[in-house]
Write a protein that binds this ligand. Sequence first.
Ligand SMILES: Cc1cc2nc3c(=O)[nH]c(=O)nc-3n(C[C@H](O)[C@H](O)[C@H](O)COP(=O)(O)OP(=O)(O)OC[C@H]3O[C@@H](n4cnc5c(N)ncnc54)[C@H](O)[C@@H]3O)c2cc1C
Length: 395
Amino acid sequence: MDLHDNPEQASFRAELRQWLADNLPAGWGKTVREPDDPEALVAFLKQWQLKLYEGGWAGLDWPSEYGGRGASLAESMIFGEEYALADAPNMINMSVGAALVGPTLIACGSDEQKRRFLEPVLKGEDIWCQGFSEPGAGSDLASLRTRADLEGDHFVVNGQKTWTSFAHHSQWCILVVRTDPESERHRGLSFLLVDMNSPGITVRPLKEMTGHEWFNEVFFDQVSVPRENLVGELHQGWNVVMTTLAHERGSSSQHARLALQLDRLAQAAREPRADGSRAADDPLVRQRLADFAGRMMILRMSAWRHASTLDAGGVPGAEGSTLKILWSELDQEVKSAAIDLLGPRAMIPAGDPDAVDEGYWAYELLWSRAATIYAGTSEVQRNIIANRVLGLPRR
Ligand SMILES: Cc1cc2nc3c(=O)[nH]c(=O)nc-3n(C[C@H](O)[C@H](O)[C@H](O)COP(=O)(O)OP(=O)(O)OC[C@H]3O[C@@H](n4cnc5c(N)ncnc54)[C@H](O)[C@@H]3O)c2cc1C
């Protein structure tokens, strides 16, 4: 693995850097940031997504026949790094629409589904949510109970999903349901595309400890879904789920944004505090930051190694689990260290005149708690490594 850009990669990096400089709003990151109001934020992010699409930067790794750029994994990694360096806005629906729905439909969808759904994802016109987890089925997804009965040309869906990110802003949902009532576990499941405006759907946002509403409970009461919205074969939805999850766990560019946050923390440690001292004067603080910097490098190397394996024709697998643990646990430690270094005032949330750095670290600390849960908990990732890498027996 060579970590230096080859000539094509260097020109790709330069083109992207220039495009971001030309297209981010004037004063971005200094006087201008995303709006706070949730509705205004969604409108802003949709506009930004359209700009990315028009500039040829949406669906980077999707094949060009589906509106993507057909970029290599190395280019996707470069994109993640440059995008984080520019501190560009989070891409709306990246984690579900572009990262999960697109690749799943490209691999398993019908021609009509590809024609109808793919381009609006890249343009940010259709926002998608992921209806997998239920109150009794998270890590153990195969125990899900939401039911869909096939009645003529449509399914009738009843049940409940939970932790459904962005459902309150979504037009569509990828929904896993039990279509064979006699079945158990992963047999007898099906994968549906559900219009979130269908009668019988109730979305109830859950307020998190950050104070924001990100995920939701979603209730389905006699919801009608046309049969043509079935992805893959009836009762064979688990194969489609596996395609989706392989993409969810294969993500490998989060390190770039965390590296930027670590720089921001090191900078904050150099700033004089109220009593004139600086956190960075303390050798233990310097050691802690140096330890993070070393682990950041390991994380970056691991992310590139993961990308190289995939580029060489491998499938996302156990390396993805290692990366997820490394990243999510370092993320939590960096955010906790920020509060230790900056003092208890750093916990004051945004909007309060006493907040440090406009409540940035308070929000980041609270949000980071989710990182070891979503996209497979740390315990589940360790089980994968134990079974598939170390060959330890299952109990
Ligand atoms: C911010 C956030 C966003 C999310 N967004 C979505 C979304 O959009 N769509 C969606 O469908 N889901 C979403 N989820 C749900 C997420 O996928 C689940 O929370 C996750 O799979 C864990 O399931 P659970 O919460 O039911 O916990 P459980 O599976 O009940 O786990 C509880 C605890 O037991 C441990 N555990 C479970 N099984 C094992 C085992 N076999 N061995 C050892 N330990 C085990 C877990 O690690 C955990 O600590 C989101 C979660 C978060 C935090």
